[in-house]
Write a protein that binds this ligand. Structure first.
Ligand SMILES: [Zn+2]
Length: 547
């Protein structure tokens, strides 16, 4: 907030020299403070506000090519679409770049049909979805519903021989609270000030409490709180149940979904998540000892050894072409909706930012490179592969390492970018904040410095972990934590057009100005580089968190 900016060109003068200055290097304007190319800035704003394509890009990614589960045929199509679109925009070196190591993703998966309903004592449809990488039903099946909430081995053994062909509801019906408070929210000025002044521990704006790295879709058979030695799912499998049903307490027709790509389909049960209201109705009838019959016809397809890729595209640089400024987001999504706020919004914003720069004809000094990652939701796999292949790390650098000028990332929903966290010395975040100062009317507050090399949460942290500047967006939450993150309502309708338009403009300008600087964005050097975090000791099961 307190960034001092040297006003080098008055707005009036900027208008007068508008045409002349566009696409010229900042040159003389460098000096006392961070120079702003006001003519370029005006063009970026005009293009982004008047000719925005961001919603159309998001519609293609969601309505036509969503959901984009990693390794699925859909994300392949989405990647091909993105390549064609970026070429159409005029970007160069556009490609689906395969991960160097194709062995990390054993199987793709898609849900091709989902039908679930109660048939007795009353018929009603049930809203739900298969957990990813679980099998379907092999055609239409009918079975009794049973409520089995125990996780105790001895208790469960008593049911041995009684569960064959039944649908097991594995938890008590949850209490669903009313929406007592408004759901959509923006940060207040006070909150943003606090964020700027406080040391920011997690990288991103999304509060950890609301589910990042949360419990996923509840496939684990253990007791809540962990530690149950008895594997309930193995027991159900051995008993020949038709499938297991779970739900999530948020209710109101919402559920979150996840999956485990590493699970062996031969030993994985059909796992179905349904809304709390439908789950609760069945469970409460069972608690009254009223028999309930369900039927299901679920077709899930496994796709062996899918080609895993990241989409990349460039606006080539000129006199500093070997130096790179990057922007991007993850293209993959979960599969119970179309992955609109997580993360078609971020991908569309970054494609739009690149489109704006291309459309106004910038000739950047440094190369500007867009990347759309795969495999983010399974543990930042695409960006990890990319950073390892291109940059290495501070401890083991590749030639491109020293030429890197920052990676802007968006992955916290539709909410407008209100600031960035910049991995690097305070000078770096001050520079970024100086560029963003021009967007105070959009509510952008600036940038904060981060020295954390812990990877987790989203793709920018992979760059931080390598010791190069990841630049992660802090965004207004809007409905991200309450309604859209990994849920069945994460559709196009949840994208706030004004916010994504303005985010694209702010990012385009910041990327442009970094690409035009005389000097590189300041970075940690050998002496100041924070130590990488110790590798996590004994992570249980190797299952990747769902970011
Ligand atoms: Zn995401």
């Amino acid at each position: 907030m307190n960034m001092k900016k040297t006003q080098l060109v008055t707005l009036g003068l900027a208008t007068a020299v508008f045409a002349a200055m566009v696409a010229l290097p900042l040159g003389a304007a460098q000096g006392a403070g961070e120079a702003i190319d006001y003519a370029g800035l005006a063009k970026i704003k005009a293009e982004g506000m008047q000719n925005s394509q961001v919603m159309e890009l998001a519609s293609w990614m969601t309505d036509v090519h969503g959901p984009r589960l990693s390794g699925s045929p859909n994300i392949q199509q989405a990647g091909e679409w993105a390549v064609a679109e970026l070429k159409k925009m005029g970007l160069q070196n556009v490609a689906m770049e395969p991960w160097t190591d194709q062995t990390s993703f054993p199987r793709g998966w898609s849900n091709d049909k989902f039908y679930l309903a109660a048939v007795t004592p009353q018929a009603f449809p049930m809203t739900g979805m298969s957990t990813a990488w679980t099998p379907g039903t092999n055609g239409l099946i009918r079975g009794e519903a049973v409520l089995v909430t125990s996780t105790d081995g001895a208790e469960l053994q008593k049911l041995s021989g009684t569960l064959k062909g039944k649908f097991v509801l594995t938890q008590a019906p949850p209490d669903v609270a009313a929406f007592w408070t408004p759901q959509a929210e923006r940060y207040t000025k006070e909150q943003l000030d606090a964020m700027e002044n406080a040391p920011r521990v997690p990288e991103l704006g999304a509060p950890a409490a609301a589910g990042r790295g949360g419990a996923g879709a509840g496939r684990a058979g253990g007791a809540p709180g962990g530690g149950a030695p008895f594997n309930r799912n193995d027991f159900f499998l051995k008993e020949g149940v038709a499938g297991v049903l779970t739900t999530s307490a948020r209710g109101h027709g919402l559920f979150t979904i996840g999956g485990n790509r590493s699970a062996d389909p031969a030993t994985t049960l059909p796992a179905i998540v349904v809304t709390a209201e439908h789950y609760g109705r069945v469970a409460r009838m069972l608690m009254k000892n009223i028999p309930v019959t369900l039927e299901a016809d679920i077709k899930n397809t496994f796709h062996p050894t899918p080609t895993m890729f990241n989409v990349v595209a460039e606006i080539p640089g000129t006199d500093k072409a070997d130096e790179v400024v990057m922007l991007g987001g993850h293209l993959d999504s979960w599969h119970s909706a179309t992955g609109a706020t997580d993360n078609a919004a971020g991908s569309a914003i970054m494609m739009e930012a690149a489109r704006i720069l291309q459309a106004i004809g910038v000739r950047p000094r440094r190369t500007i490179r867009v990347a759309l990652w795969g495999g983010e939701e399974q543990g930042l796999l695409g960006s990890r592969a990319y950073v390892a292949a291109h940059f290495g790390s501070a401890e083991d650098p590749l030639p491109e390492f020293s030429k890197f000028n920052g990676y802007f990332n968006i992955d916290s929903g539709t909410g407008r970018v209100r600031g960035f966290s910049v991995f690097g010395p305070p000078e770096a975040s001050k520079i970024v904040a100086g560029y963003l100062k021009e967007f105070e009317d959009f509510g952008v507050y600036g940038a904060t410095a981060s020295a954390s090399r812990a990877a987790g949460g989203t793709d920018s942290t992979v760059f931080n972990a390598a010791g190069i500047p990841g630049i992660g967006a802090s965004q207004d939450p809007i409905e991200y934590n309450s309604h859209t993150w990994h849920t069945n309502l994460d559709t196009y309708e949840r994208i706030v057009e004004d916010d994504v338009k303005k985010s694209a403009i702010a990012v385009a300008s910041a990327v442009y100005h970094i690409a035009m600087r005389e000097q590189m964005l300041p970075r940690f050097d050998k002496a100041t580089m924070p130590a990488p975090p110790a590798p996590p000791a004994g992570r249980g099961g190797g299952g990747a968190p769902n970011q």
